[in-house]
Design a protein around this ligand. Structure first.
Ligand SMILES: [Zn+2]
Length: 201
């Protein structure tokens, strides 16, 4: 027999009275990283989709994903990375998510802001982040042995830009346009788990 659930138990949406506050809402951290992940889904890159969201005073003031510069049509540009001719690879052309988020910001200043990134920023984006005055980087994935990211960390440490990995919650946020629903699933053991295999979106 299933155990009875108290009215405010977070894992039981059906047990919460419609007269009281919802308890299964996503956290700020989950919200902002979900925004970054959602932005990444605009990317046309066949291998790496990266998203970024800049947050200031709990408000998203910039979003971006990795893509070609404005006016360089996606269909005309190379998306591969294996050609012997560098001009036929994507690297010389793609604008990274963090750079796009910074350049597309809709606030006058993003000094002191936090940037949520689905991948640790490369050294070029790190320089944009530092020069824009962003004070904190929250990242989902990392490539700890990548020289560009090692350089980013070195520069962040010298300039007092804090960086930390997104704390995994093992929750899922599923957006389903078929029936216009948002499903937030919270495994009963998730809240106390320290596992890092989080899956959001
Ligand atoms: Zn970058």
């Amino acid at each position: 027999m299933a155990p009875e659930l108290s009215p405010l138990q977070p894992e039981s949406r059906s047990s919460v009275s419609s007269e009281s506050k919802r308890t299964d809402f996503i956290t700020w951290e989950e919200y902002f990283m979900s925004v970054a992940l959602l932005a990444s889904q605009r990317s046309k890159d066949p291998v790496t989709q990266v998203g970024a969201a800049i947050v200031r005073d709990q408000v998203v003031v910039g979003m971006g994903y990795n893509g070609m510069p404005r006016g360089c049509l996606d269909d005309d540009m190379p998306w591969g990375k294996t050609s012997e001719n560098p001009l036929e690879n994507k690297y010389l052309y793609v604008c990274h998510a963090e750079m796009n988020a910074i350049l597309n910001k809709n606030a006058e200043s993003i000094r002191g802001a936090t940037i949520y990134c689905t991948l640790f920023p490369c050294c070029s984006c790190a320089k944009y982040i530092i020069q824009a005055g962003i004070s904190e980087v929250v990242y989902l994935n990392d490539k700890p042995n990548n020289n560009e990211m090692i350089a980013s960390k070195m520069m962040f440490e010298k300039t007092n830009v804090k960086f930390r990995q997104f704390v995994a919650t093992k929750r899922k946020v599923i957006i389903n346009f078929d029936n216009f629903s948002v499903d937030i699933s919270s495994p009963s053991s998730a809240r106390s788990s320290s596992s890092s295999d989080a899956e959001i979106l």
